[in-house]
Each structure stands twice: as C-alpha cells, then as structure tokens.
Design a protein around this ligand. Structure first.
Ligand code: SF4
Length: 228
C-alpha cells in the first residue's frame, strides 16, 4: 500500500478552504490548454491570458491554426515575449499532431490510458512531463500531479519529498516520486491550490510564514535561511 505524507489530507482541506480550487484560467480543450501553456512561458499571468486570447481571436478555428505559418502565429504572441520561439514551437507541435491524427486535434487522447497519453504528449516537440500532466489534469480529467515551481518548493518545505539532483531542481524522476506520494483524489486540489498559495504566501524568497494556514505541517518553520 502506498504511504502518503502525514497530514496531507488536512493540508488539502486548509488550502481548499482558503483558495477554493481556483483553476488559474486553464482550458478545457486539450489543444487550447497546450497553447495556453506555451503562451505562459516566461511572462506574467495577465500577459499570457491576453496573448492566448489574441491568438485565438486571430485564428478562431483549429483548421485556421493548422494552416498558419510560424510568422503569422508569432504576431498575436508578441506582447508576451519570445513570440518567434513560441510560434515555431506551436508550428512543430501542430505538424506532429496532424501527422499522427490526420487533423489538428488532441481529442483522440480521450481514448488513451494515462500512460499512453503521457507518452504521446511528451513525444511532442518541446513538451515535458510537467506540461503533459497539466494538459492531462486540466483538460482530460486525469488524476495526475503536474509539478511546477510552486508545487516543488512547497512539497519540499512540507517535507513530502527530497530532490535527487545535486542542484535541487526537479527531475522527471522527482516528478514521478512526488506524484506517487499524493493520493490520486487530492492531486487536482493540491496542484491548483499550491499554485495560489505559492504566489501569495509560500513564495520562493520570503515566505509569509506568520500568515500560513498550514504552518503546523511545515518542516521548514523556524528555519531562518531557506535553502528552497
Ligand atoms: S510555514 Fe512558511 S515555508 Fe512553511 S509552508 Fe507555510 S509559508 Fe511555506
């Protein structure tokens, strides 16, 4: 039987009470979600929400997107920065999806099991495990746990996981280890609320521990210098 971190249920309840499972504006269509995540690379939330809206306004159907050259895709992405890079990445992904499914759609993934779904998504150009699991969780209703920077930092402060890498970054193996430590039914709520909590209170450099609703579960409380 899997062993889960002590107090994990109480942490999930406390954070849900505070943040209400806010979904961070992610998309229900899996291809839209993938585009939304690409738009979010290295920019602020208000900026990527806007560039995604502009992109879909310019190309309202997937068939219009499928035909668009990268330089056309780049135009509405400009306000979010890295527009050429993001547009090329989208173009490569579109080509790979069309090659497999014969059309620009990720709907066929609804018939795949979790392992096959993740395998397909991570084989797309530039798509790693975190992005694949975001698409799976937000748009395909899979009980996976995407480990972004907030989830990684908070889970470590709570003592739920340790990095296996020398520099403390989250490797693919660490993502699997952390996911396996979280009961499937709590993965969605913990992910979305960790993102809110990590932005508001458990921030990277100066966490507001005096306002923390889960301080009694934290292994790092009382330590002056945070190493992570
Ligand atoms: S006590 Fe501080 S470091 Fe620990 S979870 Fe709360 S805010 Fe984060």
């Amino acid at each position: 039987m899997a062993s889960y971190p002590k107090g994990i249920q109480a942490v999930a309840v406390a954070l849900r009470r505070r943040y209400g499972d806010h979904d961070h504006y992610n998309r229900r269509n899996p291809l839209d979600e993938l585009l939304f995540i690409i738009c979010s690379t290295q920019t602020t939330e208000s900026s990527y929400r806007r560039t995604f809206r502009e992109l879909r306004r310019e190309f309202p159907t997937f068939s219009r997107l499928a035909e668009a050259p990268a330089e056309y895709l780049a135009k509405p992405l400009e306000p979010g920065g890295l527009s050429n890079q993001k547009a090329k990445s989208m173009r490569r992904i579109f080509d790979a999806i069309e090659e497999t499914f014969g059309k620009l759609s990720l709907a066929p993934l609804r018939e795949y099991d979790d392992a096959a779904c993740e395998e397909f998504l991570t084989a797309l150009p530039g798509v790693g495990k975190k992005v694949a699991r975001c698409v799976m969780m937000y748009s395909l209703d899979r009980e996976v746990f995407p480990v972004d920077t907030h989830c990684w930092r908070i889970a470590r402060r709570l003592g739920w996981v340790r990095a296996t890498t020398g520099d403390g970054h989250c490797s693919d193996r660490d993502m699997d280890r952390l996911q396996n430590r979280i009961p499937a039914a709590l993965r969605y709520t913990l992910h979305v609320n960790f993102v809110s909590f990590g932005r508001e209170i458990c921030t990277a450099s100066k966490p507001a521990c005096d306002q923390c609703p889960i301080a009694r579960h934290c292994r790092r409380i009382g330590v002056r210098a945070f190493r992570y």
